[in-house]
Ligand binder design. Structure first.
Ligand code: A3P
Length: 293
């Protein structure tokens, strides 16, 4: 299997076939009742998808298991592996889907198709602290042969800091969406808050979605979207998708699911360098992250 090389649209590193189909992505027609889950890759997308689906299905896990997360929520700019050379396009799947649709994207805010803003769609954005996001992304590159070879952790760290990774700069991504939330219907969540108090954060999501569910249903959602349960759920742990591309023996998709794992990877010198660079890049925002709980 040949690993993908990155291509570029408007200065943002993407992967083929996204660059080739970019006009189609940009011209995607959102509907007013669409819900978009947006994240920088590895910030807790799948977790949020599962929570949203559980809320939509009123806590019925069997209904959530009707298909894998990947198939339930079209990935706007991506292709799913399939029989044709490019597999199935997320766009085509979304277009064929009845309303109300839930989709996911990793696009930076300025690259979201304009129809989402025109239709005033609800968007849930989840951000994760840079260090844990980086470590998770590194392991994901190792196990997912559809992504470029990450090299060593040191090399990957350099690429991450320079924004020379798929979906571009983490710093610009989280800041861009943070700014956009003041103008649009965006619920901006943090992975660390979700870990600290899943009940509180799930309640926020429910409120944003306009759902009021009973305590018993809420408890079911908390339980079924815990890391331990999702790790064993084949419809959520990606063992049903990208077979042959994702090698879970190298690193499972549901890897650790914790805050602060970066401490096991960053050397003291790397941490110092990372922090200095971070402080410069994040000086112009009110956005604050917690890298430990
Ligand atoms: P780690 O690699 O740090 O374990 P995404 O879905 O955006 O690709 O993010 C994947 C990351 O979210 C992985 O992080 C994965 O373990 C974590 N994750 C997935 N489900 C989770 C859950 N229910 N609770 C906590 N973390 C979860």
């Amino acid at each position: 299997m040949i690993r993908t090389e990155l291509c570029e649209v408007e200065g943002i590193p993407l992967a083929e076939p996204i660059c080739s189909i970019w006009n189609q992505v940009w011209n995607f027609k959102a509907r007013p009742d669409d819900l978009l889950i947006a994240t920088y890759a590895k910030a807790g997308t799948t977790w949020t998808q599962e929570i949203v689906d559980m809320i939509q299905q009123n806590g019925d896990i069997e209904k959530c298991k009707r298909a894998s997360t990947y198939r339930r929520h079209p990935f706007l700019e991506w292709y799913m592996p399939g029989p044709s050379p490019n597999g199935y396009s997320g766009l085509e799947l979304a277009e064929a889907m009845p309303s109300p649709r839930t989709m996911k994207t990793h696009l930076p805010v300025q690259m979201v198709p304009p129809s989402f803003w025109e239709q005033n769609c609800k968007i849930i954005y989840v951000a994760r602290n840079a260090k844990d996001n980086l470590v998770s992304y590194y392991h994901f590159h190792r196990m997912n042969k559809a992504l470029p070879d990450p090299g060593t952790m040191e090399e990957f760290m350099e690429k991450f800091m320079a924004g020379k990774v798929l979906w571009g700069s983490w710093y610009d991504h989280v800041k861009g969406w943070w700014k956009a939330k003041d103008k649009h219907r965006i619920l901006y969540l943090f992975y660390e808050d979700m870990k600290e108090n899943p009940k509180r954060e799930i309640q926020k999501i429910m409120k944003f979605m306009g759902k009021d569910l009973e305590q018993e249903v809420l408890n079911k959602i908390i339980h079924n979207t815990s890391f331990e349960i999702m790790k064993e759920n084949p419809m959520a742990n990606y063992t049903k998708d990208f077979v042959g591309l994702m090698d879970h023996s190298v690193s499972p998709f549901m890897r650790k699911g914790v805050v602060g794992d970066w401490k096991n990877y960053f050397t003291v010198a790397q941490n110092k360098k990372f922090d200095e660079d971070y402080n410069k890049k994040m000086a112009n925002t009110s956005l604050v992250f917690r890298a430990e709980l």
